[in-house]
Design a protein around this ligand. Structure first.
Ligand SMILES: *Cc1c(COP(=O)(O)O)cnc(C)c1O
Length: 466
C-alpha cells in the first residue's frame, strides 16, 4: 500500500463522527441505533476497500458517509412486500400475488389475525376440533362432493393425492396433459416426488380411451386427468372425456382424479368467459378426486382444495404430509369468507374482485379509463401524448389461456423518456405501478385497477414524467 492510500484511509471519519452528522442524527430518532451503526460501518468498509484498490482518489467527508448510510437504513426500513397497482390487465398475475380478496375475506383475516380463534377447538363440546371443519360444509355444499381437504396450494394438493393414492404404483396420464405450470411444477416431477410411476399414454394431440385401457395393469393406482389450464391443444385433437375415464375407472375399480388447476365455482359463460369446466361439473361427472387452487379463478387466498370420495379424503387426512402442507388460520379465515361469498351465486360476481374483474364489460370500464385519461391530461400538460384505445386483457395465473377479454386502455406516448424507462420509474413509485409496454408505448389497462386507485395511478404517472 502506498503512502497516498494510507493518507486516504486515515482521513476517513470515525463511526462516532459520522453518527454526529446531520443526515444520520435525524434518522436516529426513527431507526434502531444498532441498525444505523451497522450501516455506517458497512459504508466505511466499502470506502476502505475502494481505497485499497485505488478506486477512491478523493477524501470523503463524514456527511457523504452519513448520506449513504441513511439511504441504506431507509431502504431497509421500508416494507419489502409492498402494495402494487396492477395496470397490466392480467387479472390473476402470479407475480403480483394473484387474487385480490373480497371485502368479507379481508375482514375475516383481520379478525383472525387480531385475536385468538377456535382454529382447532370444538366450541360446542370444548374438545379438540379439526381446522378443516371450518370450510368442509361449505366446500361440499358448493361442489356436491362427499368430503374436502385444504392444503397450502394446488401443487401440494396434487402431491398429497398422488403420495396417498399411488405411492409405489402406476398413474396413467395422457401425453397431451403433461403440464408445466411454471415455478418448476411439472406433472412428471410431482409424480416422481409423490413416488408414483408415470405411465404416459396417447400422443401430444390425441389420446383415446383405448390408450388408457391398454395401459391398465394390476399396478395401476389412478387414472389422472390434468386440465390444460395454461395452454390449449387445438386443431387435430382428441381428448378422452372425464365421463369416459370415470366409466373405465368404475369398471376396473381404479379411482379417477382430475387436477383442474384453476377451478371455477361459477359458470361465467353469460359474461363471455367460456371453455373452463366448473368444479361442480367435475364432481357431478364422477371424478373421485378433484384438485384446484384457492387463488386462481376461485378468487380466494393461496390454497389447494381437494374434493372427493370420503374414503379417499380420509386416507389423505391421515397421511403425514398433510401436517407439513397444512394451512394457517389466516388462509382458512379468508377461504371460509370467500366460500360464503359464493353461497348466493348471482351476488358472487359482485362481491369477489377476481370475478368482477374477469367479467367487467367495456361499458363498465370506459368511465374508469376516461377518468384516468382526464386526470392525466390535466396533470401532464405536454409531457406525453395520451390516447384512449380498445384492447384486450388476460385472465393470467395459468387460466383461460386463449381467452382475450375486450378492455379499454390508456396509452401514453412519453416525451423525453423511453417506454422502458417510464415503466421502470413506475415500479419505484409508492404504491408501485405495473404497466404494459406495447409498440414503444406505455399501456395502462383499467380492468385490474380498482376504481379508488385511479387518482393514485394518475399521480404516479405524473410524478414519473415530471
Ligand atoms: C396452477 C396449477 C397448479 C398449481 O397450483 P398452485 O395453486 O399454483 O400451486 C397445478 N395444476 C394445474 C393444472 C394448474 O393449473
Amino acid at each position: 500500500m502506498d503512502s497516498e492510500q494510507q493518507r486516504l484511509l486515515r482521513s476517513l471519519p470515525a463511526v462516532d463522527e459520522v453518527l454526529q452528522a446531520e443526515p444520520v442524527k435525524g434518522l436516529l430518532a426513527e431507526a434502531p441505533r444498532g441498525l444505523v451503526v451497522e450501516a455506517v460501518r458497512e459504508v466505511l468498509e466499502e470506502y476502505r476497500a475502494s481505497i485499497r484498490q485505488d478506486r477512491y482518489p478523493d477524501p470523503v467527508t463524514r456527511e457523504e458517509v452519513a448520506v449513504s448510510a441513511a439511504k441504506r437504513v431507509r431502504a431497509f426500513l421500508r416494507p419489502h412486500l409492498r402494495r402494487v397497482i396492477n395496470a397490466t390487465g392480467v387479472v390473476l398475475h402470479t407475480n403480483l400475488g394473484r387474487a385480490v380478496l373480497s371485502r368479507k375475506a379481508r375482514e375475516a383475516v383481520q379478525v383472525a389475525a387480531a385475536g385468538y380463534t377456535n382454529l382447532e377447538l370444538d366450541l360446542a363440546t370444548g374438545e379438540r376440533g379439526s381446522r378443516y371443519h371450518h370450510v368442509n360444509r361449505l366446500l361440499t355444499r358448493l361442489s356436491g362432493a362427499e368430503d374436502a381437504l385444504v392444503v397450502n396450494n394446488n401443487a401440494a394438493a396434487v402431491l398429497l393425492a398422488l403420495s396417498t393414492l399411488a405411492r409405489g404404483r402406476e398413474v396413467i396420464v395422457s401425453r397431451g396433459q403433461l403440464v408445466e405450470i411454471g415455478g418448476s411444477f411439472r406433472v412428471p416431477e410431482v409424480m416422481a416426488q409423490g413416488g408414483a410411476h408415470l405411465v404416459e399414454v396417447g400422443t401430444t394431440n390425441k389420446t383415446y380411451l383405448r390408450d388408457y385401457q391398454a395401459a391398465i395393469t394390476p399396478e395401476t393406482a389412478l387414472l389422472l386427468k390434468v386440465h390444460t389450464s395454461n395452454y390449449r391443444v387445438v386443431g387435430f385433437t382428441r381428448e378422452t372425456s372425464l365421463e369416459e375415464l370415470v366409466a373405465l375407472g368404475r369398471a376396473r375399480e381404479i379411482p379417477v382424479m382430475e387436477d383442474l388447476g384453476s377451478g371455477f365455482l361459477v359458470d361465467l359463460t353469460p359474461w363471455g368467459i367460456t371453455g373452463e369446466p366448473t368444479v361442480r361439473d367435475s364432481v357431478a361427472k364422477g371424478a373421485d378426486v378433484v384438485t384446484f387452487s384457492g387463488d386462481k379463478l376461485l378468487g380466494g387466498p393461496q390454497a389447494g382444495i381437494i374434493l372427493g370420495r370420503a374414503d379417499l379424503i380420509r386416507k389423505m387426512k391421515a397421511h403425514p404430509l398433510t401436517r407439513a402442507l397444512r394451512v394457517d388460520k389466516l388462509t382458512l379465515a379468508a377461504l371460509e369468507a370467500t366460500l360464503r361469498d359464493y353461497l348466493d351465486l348471482p351476488g358472487a360476481r359482485e362481491r369477489i374482485p377476481t370475478l368482477r374483474m374477469l367479467t367487467a364489460q367495456v361499458e363498465e370500464l370506459q368511465p374508469r379509463a376516461e377518468e384516468l385519461l382526464a386526470l392525466l391530461e390535466q396533470q401532464l400538460t405536454g409531457r406525453g401524448a395520451l390516447e384512449l384505445t380498445a384492447g384486450y386483457s388476460e385472465a393470467g395465473g395459468g387460466s383461460l389461456p386463449t381467452t382475450r377479454i375486450p378492455t379499454m386502455l390508456v396509452t401514453i406516448f412519453p416525451r423525453g423518456v423511453t417506454a422502458d424507462a417510464l415503466v421502470a420509474r413506475l415500479r419505484e413509485q409508492e404504491p408501485a405501478v405495473m404497466a404494459r409496454i406495447q409498440d414503444d408505448r406505455v399501456v395502462l389497462d383499467v380492468r385490474t385497477v380498482l376504481p379508488e386507485e385511479i387518482p393514485l395511478l394518475a399521480g404516479a404517472v405524473t410524478a414519473c414524467l415530471t
